[in-house]
Design a protein around this ligand. Structure first.
Ligand code: 9YW
Length: 406
C-alpha cells in the first residue's frame, strides 16, 4: 500500500517536468528535492526521472550555479518570491544553491537502465561539471565547502548557523509577511529572529546582483559545512565514474576530490570528536553532532570516533539519525533542523554506511522503513516518537521509500 501511495504522491506533486516538494508550503522546484524525486521516479518511470534532472539544469546560471529554487509559475502562497530574490539566470530563481546531490542521484538513475540513460547523462555531464567548478571557485575555505546562507545548506535553522546569524543586525529588512506559518504550525518552523536574518541576506545578495566576488567582500555569513563538503565530495566521486564511462578527461575532478578530502578534515572538531561546522568569519565551532556530521561515510570517509558518535545518538532515538543529538541543550524535537529526523538524510547516511560495509546501514534502512510505514510521508518526524511534522505528502519522503527504504 505504501508503494502505491508513494507513487501517487510523486504524480500528485508533478507539475510537468518538475516536482514540487508539497503543495501549499513549497510550490516551486527545489534543487536537492528534485534530485531525490528523480530516484523515486526511477522506480517506475525512467523517462520522467531524467526529465526532473534536466528541468533542474535548465535553470543553471552562466557562472555554473544551479539555484536552490526555480520559480516556474508564480505563487502568492510563498515568501520570498522572485521579486525579492531577483536571481539572474534563464528562469526566475533564487540566488543561492543547495547541496549538490544531483550527480549522485543521476548515477543511480543511470544504473537502473544504462542504455536508455546514456545520451541523457552525456548531455547533463558538462553542466554538472560546471556546477561543481562553481563550488570549487566560490565556496571553499581550506578545501571545505562553505554556505553563504542557511538555506544554501538545506538545513535552514540548524544550530550550525547560530553564531554567524547572531553577527548579523538585520537593519532595514523592512516589513514582510511570512507564508510558511500559514501552512504549518509555527512551533515547527524557524523563528522570526531567524527569518529577519534570512531575508536580510537575500536582500544583500540581490543588491549586489548576486555577483560572487562582490558578495565575498565583508560578508558576515560564511560557514564551512559538513552537508556541502561531504555531498560535493561524494558527487564528485560519482562524476568521476560517470566521466570515465563517457571517456572524458576527469583530471580536474580528481584534483577537486583530493582538495575536498583535505577540506573535510578541517571540519574535524577534536574536542567534540565529531565532524562539525566552522564559522569562517567568526572563527567558532558550532559544537553540533548533527545528521550532516554522519554524511562522512557517504563521502567515502570513515572515522572510528564517528562510529562511536553514531551508536550514542542512535541509542537515544528509534527512527534514525536526528538533525541534532537529543542530548544537546539546543535540541527541539519538532523544530525543523534542530532535532527532527529527515528521510533523505537517513538514506544518504545509510547508503554510506552500507557502502563502507558497516551493518548500521541496514539497521538505518529498517528504522526508516518502519518510520514511513507507521507515520506516513511527512516532511520530517519527531525522533522521539516518530510523530509526523511539517508538510505532508512530501515528495522526498515518497522518493526515499521507493528508491531505498521499502
Ligand atoms: C525553503 C523544500 C525545502 C528543502 C530544504 C528545507 C526547506 C525551506 O524546504 O527549505 O524555503 O527553502 O530546509 O532543505 O529543500 O523541501
Amino acid at each position: 500500500m505504501r508503494d502505491e501511495q508513494a507513487r501517487a504522491i510523486l504524480k500528485r506533486n508533478d507539475r510537468g517536468g518538475y516536482t514540487i516538494p508539497t503543495s501549499g508550503l513549497y510550490p516551486y522546484q527545489w534543487n536537492w528535492d528534485s534530485a531525490f524525486a528523480a530516484v523515486g521516479f526511477a522506480a517506475f518511470d525512467i523517462d520522467r526521472a531524467w526529465a526532473e534532472i534536466e528541468t533542474l539544469f535548465s535553470g543553471q546560471w552562466n557562472n555554473g550555479m544551479v539555484p536552490h529554487i526555480l520559480f516556474h509559475v508564480p505563487d502568492d502562497g510563498y515568501f520570498p518570491n522572485h521579486d525579492v530574490w531577483q536571481g539572474t539566470g534563464p528562469i526566475p530563481s533564487s540566488g543561492i544553491s543547495q547541496p549538490p546531490v544531483a550527480a549522485t542521484m543521476a548515477r543511480m538513475v543511470l544504473d537502473k537502465d544504462p542504455e536508455a540513460g546514456r545520451a541523457r547523462m552525456a548531455a547533463l555531464y558538462p553542466r554538472m561539471v560546471a556546477w561543481h567548478r562553481w563550488f570549487m571557485d566560490w565556496r571553499l575555505d581550506q578545501g571545505a565547502v562553505c554556505v553563504t546562507h542557511p538555506w544554501e545548506a538545506g538545513r535552514d535553522n540548524a544550530p550550525d548557523w547560530d553564531a554567524a546569524m547572531a553577527a548579523i543586525t538585520p537593519d532595514g529588512v523592512g516589513d514582510y509577511t511570512r507564508r510558511d506559518t500559514s501552512h504549518v504550525d509555527s512551533s515547527m518552523r524557524p523563528t522570526k529572529y531567524d527569518y529577519d536574518r534570512y531575508i536580510w541576506l537575500v536582500q544583500r545578495g540581490a543588491r549586489l546582483g548576486w555577483d560572487e566576488a562582490a558578495m565575498l567582500q565583508d560578508t558576515p555569513f560564511r560557514v564551512a559545512d559538513p552537508t556541502m563538503t561531504f555531498i560535493l565530495l561524494r558527487a564528485t566521486r560519482d562524476l568521476i565514474a560517470l566521466g570515465q564511462m563517457l571517456s572524458k578527461d576527469v583530471g580536474d575532478l580528481e584534483n577537486w576530490a583530493t582538495e575536498l578530502e583535505a577540506g573535510a578534515q578541517t571540519l574535524w572538531n577534536t574536542q567534540l570528536g565529531c565532524y562539525d561546522s566552522r564559522d569562517v568569519v567568526g572563527g567558532s565551532w558550532s559544537v553540533s553532532i548533527s545528521n550532516a556530521s554522519f554524511l562522512c561515510w557517504y563521502a567515502g570517509l570513515d572515522a572510528p570516533d564517528m562510529r562511536t558518535r553514531l551508536a550514542e545518538v542512535l541509542a537515544l532515538t528509534k527512527f534514525g539519525v536526528p538533525s541534532l543529538s537529543p542530548d544537546d541543550a539546543r535540541f527541539d524535537g519538532k523544530r525543523y533542523w534542530r532535532g527532527p529526523v529527515w528521510g533523505m538524510m537517513n538514506m544518504m547516511i545509510g547508503m554510506g554506511l552500507t557502502e563502507m560495509g558497516l551493518p548500521q546501514g541496514d539497521a538505518l534502512k529498517r528504522s526508516t522503513a518502519d518510520l514511513i510505514a507507521t507515520h506516513g510521508f511527512a516532511e520530517y518526524f519527531d525522533p522521539r516518537d516518530g510523530s509526523p511534522a511539517g508538510g505532508g505528502t512530501f515528495t522526498w519522503t515518497a522518493a526515499v521509500w521507493l528508491a531505498w527504504a521499502s
